[in-house]
Structure formats: structure tokens, C-alpha cells
Ligand binder design. Structure first.
Ligand code: NI
Length: 184
């Protein structure tokens, strides 16, 4: 099932997501639906709050970038109840976009590498170190679980420059090639 994607201005994007209980009903179906929704909108990551569910869960599939970064070939995962346990002091700037902020791309500074602990779909605990594009996508999605969107991380001057665009988006003036929803 393809879910509509909640757009900037929706209150669910600003909530602190709650842990997914191990007995959450139809969790595997939800994960499968999130992958389907992400592919349908050509995204490489999607967090549960973006489909209106304030849960600590996100999916990523960056395998389309394997040509540039071979290690991404199998970088397809569901992250349940993740915690970033370490981040590098070195930062790196990369351009980001977000399905919940259609039409916006901005350079964002974030740690270059991270260590993350999470549960997989079978609720097995996993821990891994990520860098490059994988670390980037995961940090972006992780922010969604804390009610943060990437524009929150821009410099004050960039924020000022895009303020009118964001205000318009928050009022429903945006266009996207996928199904969206906006709920205050
Ligand atoms: Ni996003």
C-alpha cells in the first residue's frame, strides 16, 4: 500500500516519535508499505512520521548510488528504535532534499560518520558504523524521529533566504509528483 506523504506544515513532522513495541501489529507489512511508498516517490529514505505515524522507524535504500559508492550496493535497511551512539567530529557538507519538503534542496553540514544501534525487522539488535552517503541518509531520517527537518539545520542566512518558500509550502503552496497530505 502506498501512503500519502505528509508535507511541511503538518504537525506529525514536529512530534517526538515513540518507540515501536515488539508486538506492534503488522510491523512487517508497515515496513513493506514504507519501502513501496518510498520507491513510488523516488526517495532513498522515508521515516514513519512522514506517513503520519509518529514511530521510531525509518527505511532506506541507497543502492541506486552503488555506481558512485560501491558499498551502497546492499544498503537497504529498516531501522527500528535507532539510537545514534557516536558521531565523528569531522563534518561534511552535502546537498539534501526531503519528500516532505518538495522542491527544496540545500547544503547541510553534518558529521561525516556515525555509529548507530537499532533493531532490524525481526527485532534483532544491530550496530554499525556508517560514513559517506549512508551516514548522510541515516542522519537525515533519524532527525525525522526527533521532529527535525533538514531546513532546521541551515545557517541563519540560508534560513532567511528560503523563509518565504517555506511559509508558502506550509500554507499548501507546493507541487509534488506523488500523493501528499498536510494536516496541522
Ligand atoms: Ni526527509
Amino acid at each position: 500500500m502506498i501512503y500519502p506523504i505528509y508535507v511541511y506544515g503538518s504537525s506529525v513532522l514536529r512530534e517526538d516519535a515513540r518507540d515501536v513495541p515488539q508486538d506492534y501489529p503488522e510491523l512487517k507489512q508497515l515496513v513493506a508499505d514504507m519501502f513501496e511508498t518510498m520507491y513510488a516517490s523516488s526517495g532513498v529514505g522515508l521515516a514513519a512520521p512522514q506517513i503520519g505515524k509518529p514511530l521510531r522507524l525509518f527505511v532506506v535504500d541507497a543502492s541506486i548510488y552503488a555506481d558512485e559508492e560501491p558499498s551502497l550496493a546492499d544498503f537497504k535497511r529498516a531501522f527500528i528504535n535507532p539510537e545514534i551512539v557516536e558521531e565523528s567530529e569531522t563534518g561534511v557538507v552535502m546537498s539534501e532534499g526531503c519528500l516532505s519538503l518538495p522542491g527544496l534542496n540545500e547544503d547541510v553540514l553534518r558529521p561525516e560518520s556515525i555509529r548507530i544501534r537499532y533493531m532490524d525487522e525481526d527485532f534483532n539488535e544491530r550496530e554499525e558504523e556508517l560514513d559517506g552517503f549512508a551516514a548522510r541518509v541515516v542522519q537525515h531520517e533519524y532527525d525525522h524521529l526527533e521532529g527535525i527537518v533538514f531546513t532546521d539545520r541551515l545557517s541563519p542566512i540560508r534560513k532567511t533566504l528560503i523563509r518565504s518558500k517555506l511559509n508558502a509550502m506550509g500554507k499548501g503552496r507546493f507541487s509534488a509528483k506523488y500523493k501528499t497530505r498536510q494536516e496541522k
